[in-house]
Ligand binder design. Structure first.
Ligand code: BG6
Length: 487
C-alpha cells in the first residue's frame, strides 16, 4: 500500500485517547498498518510533537486491550505521530497543515493517500470539509477519505443539509460514517451466521421466527454530558443510529460473497420496507421513558432531573422502546422490539430471537413456558447461546431450558474501532453507514421526534436499576410477547 497520512481533527479529545490511539496501536502490533503510515494530530492547543507522543503513549497504556509491555515497539509506534495546531475556522492553519502533509509525503514518495478523521463536535463538520477542499488538502495524489463520527444531523432536515455540504468536498464513496456498533465483532458476524449456516439460513424468516428483541441497556446515566444529552435523548443518541443499524444487520438477506455495495443496498431495502409510523401511531408503538432515583448494583443513584446540568422539568427521553414491522416476504408479521436506555439494571447489548413453537396453542407466557431462543450477546460479553426447550427429568410433566453456549474472551477480539479504522484504510465501506441508510433512518424517526416535541406521547418514568417503564412490557404483552432474559 502507498504511504497514508492519517489527519486527526480532535487529537487531544476523549475519543482519540480512549479509542482511536489504542485501536491504531493494536493494528500496529498486528502488522496491519503499513510502514509508511503516519499520523498528524490536530487541536487548538499548542502541543510539541514530543508532548503529543507522550499523550498517545499514556492513552495506549491506559486503554489498549493488550497490555503495553514492550517499550521498543511502543517507541517505534510513536515515531509516526506529529502534532499541528489548528483552529478549524482559520484558513491559514489549513495551509500550514498542507505544507506539513506534503513534506511527509515527499519523504515517502509514490502516490500517497490522505485520510481525514473528524473526531470533533458536529458543529465543526461542515467548516472542516469546506476548508479541506479550499486549502488543497483534498487534492491527494492517491485516495482521500473522510471518516466522520456521529451525530450525523439532529433531524432529517439537518442531516440532509450536512450531507449536501460534505458532498461538495467528498464523494459518497469517500465518506466513511462511523457507527461504532457496526464495528463490534458480533455485529460483524450476524450476516455470516445467517448466510453460511444452512440451519440458521432456513429458519431466518416469519415461518419460524415469532419475534426479535434488540436491547442496548446501559447502567451509566448522563455522566458529564448533560448539555449534549438533554438535547438529543435516547432516540437520537442511540435509536436512530445504533439500534436501527442492528435491526438492518439482523434483517438483511445477503447473497453469498456479497460486495460492500450489495450489503449496503440490502440494508437500504430493509429500511425501505420498514412500515412507517405517522405521528398519531407513535403512542401505540413507542414508549418514552425517563429514569428516577433508584439503585444500581447496590449503589443508590439520583434521578435524571437531579443530575447536574439538567433543566428543571426536562421531558427528555432516557429510554425508548418501540415495535417495528418490516413489510417484506421474509419478515411480514414478525415484530421487531427495540429498546435502549440509560441507568438500567445491567450493561448489555443483545439480540434475542424467539422461535415459534409449533405445538403451542396460545402465545401467552405461562409459568412452564420455556421459549426456544437464539441469543447474540454483543457487548460487553460476546457470544451466542441457543436455548432449547427440554424435558425436566427431575420433575415429570415439566420442561426446562437447555443451553448451547459459545463465548469469546474479549482480549483476543479486536475492538470496534480497530475493525473500523482497518476497513476505512483498506477502502471497505461494508460496516459504515451509507447516506441512504442514514437518511431513511431519520425519515423513520422524524414522526417520533415530532410527537415528542408536541408532547402528544406520555413520558413514563422508571426507577434507575430497572429494565425501563412497565409500559415497555405492555408493548410486548399486547401481542402476547415478553422481553426475555430480564433477570
Ligand atoms: C454512544 C452514545 O454512541 O454509544 C453514548 O453517544 C452511549 O451515550 C454509547 O453510552 C454506548 O456505546 P457502547 O459501545 O458502550 O454500547
Amino acid at each position: 500500500m502507498e504511504a497514508t497520512t492519517f489527519v486527526l481533527f480532535g487529537a487531544t479529545g476523549d475519543l482519540a485517547r480512549r479509542k482511536i490511539y489504542p485501536a491504531l496501536y493494536n493494528l500496529f502490533l498486528d502488522h496491519k498498518l503499513n510502514h509508511s503510515f503516519s499520523v498528524i494530530g490536530l487541536g487548538r492547543r499548542e502541543v510539541a510533537d514530543e508532548a503529543f507522543q507522550a499523550m498517545v503513549e499514556r492513552s495506549i497504556r491506559d486503554f489498549s486491550r493488550r497490555e503495553v509491555k514492550d517499550s521498543a515497539s511502543v517507541r517505534s509506534f510513536l515515531k509516526s505521530f506529529r502534532y499541528n495546531v489548528l483552529d478549524v475556522g482559520h484558513t491559514e492553519d489549513y495551509k500550514k497543515l498542507l505544507q506539513r502533509v506534503e513534506q511527509q509525503e515527499k519523504r515517502a514518495g509514490g502516490s500517497p493517500n490522505r485520510m481525514f478523521y473528524l473526531s470533533v463536535g458536529p458543529e465543526f463538520f461542515e467548516t472542516i470539509a469546506f476548508n479541506i477542499k479550499q486549502s488543497g488538502l483534498g487534492n491527494a495524489k492517491g485516495w482521500k477519505r473522510l471518516v466522520i463520527e456521529k451525530p450525523f444531523g439532529h433531524d432529517l432536515l439537518s442531516a440532509q443539509e450536512l450531507n449536501q455540504k460534505l458532498s461538495e468536498a467528498f464523494t459518497e464513496e469517500e465518506i466513511y460514517r462511523i457507527d461504532h456498533y457496526l464495528g463490534k465483532p458480533m455485529v460483524q458476524e450476524l450476516d455470516v451466521f445467517q448466510q453460511s449456516n444452512p440451519v440458521l439460513h432456513a429458519l431466518w424468516n416469519n415461518r419460524y421466527i415469532s419475534n426479535v428483541q434488540i436491547t442496548a441497556a446501559e447502567t451509566v446515566g448522563v455522566e458529564e454530558r448533560a448539555g449534549y444529552y438533554d438535547h438529543v435523548g435516547a432516540l437520537r443518541d442511540m435509536f436512530q443510529n445504533h439500534m436501527l443499524q442492528l435491526l438492518m444487520m439482523l434483517a438483511i438477506r445477503l447473497p453469498k460473497d456479497s460486495s460492500p455495495d450489495e450489503v449496503r443496498f440490502k440494508k437500504k431495502e430493509v429500511m425501505e420496507a420498514l412500515e412507517s409510523l405517522d405521528e398519531g401511531d407513535v403512542q401505540f408503538n413507542v414508549v418514552r421513558g425517563q429514569y428516577t432515583a433508584g439503585t444500581i448494583q447496590g449503589k443508590p443513584v439520583q434521578g435524571y432531573l437531579s443530575e447536574p446540568g439538567i433543566p428543571a422539568g426536562s421531558t427528555n427521553d432516557t429510554f425508548i422502546a418501540a415495535r417495528l414491522q418490516i413489510d417484506d416476504p421474509f419478515w411480514k408479521d414478525v415484530p421487531f422490539y427495540i429498546r435502549t436506555g440509560k441507568r438500567m439494571k445491567e450493561k448489555s447489548t443483545r439480540i434475542v430471537i424467539e422461535f415459534k413453537e409449533p405445538l403451542k396453542q396460545s402465545s401467552s407466557a405461562g409459568e412452564n413456558d420455556i421459549p426456544n431462543l437464539l441469543v447474540f450477546e454483543i457487548s460487553p460479553n460476546e457470544g451466542l447461546t441457543l436455548q432449547l426447550k427440554a424435558r425436566d427429568p427431575q420433575h415429570k410433566g415439566k420442561f426446562k431450558a437447555m443451553h448451547i453456549d459459545f463465548h469469546t474472551s474479549s482480549i483476543e477480539v479486536p475492538e470496534a474501532y480497530e475493525n473500523l479504522i482497518h476497513d476505512a484504510l483498506h477502502g471497505d465501506p461494508s460496516f459504515f453507514a451509507h447516506w441512504n441508510e442514514v437518511e431513511l433512518s431519520w425519515k423513520w424517526v422524524q414522526p417520533i421526534l415530532n410527537a415528542f416535541d408536541k408532547n402528544t406521547v406520555p413520558l413514563h418514568t422508571y426507577a434507575a436499576g430497572s429494565f425501563g417503564p412497565a409500559e415497555s412490557d405492555q408493548l410486548l404483552a399486547k401481542k402476547g410477547h415478553h422481553w426475555w432474559l430480564d433477570t
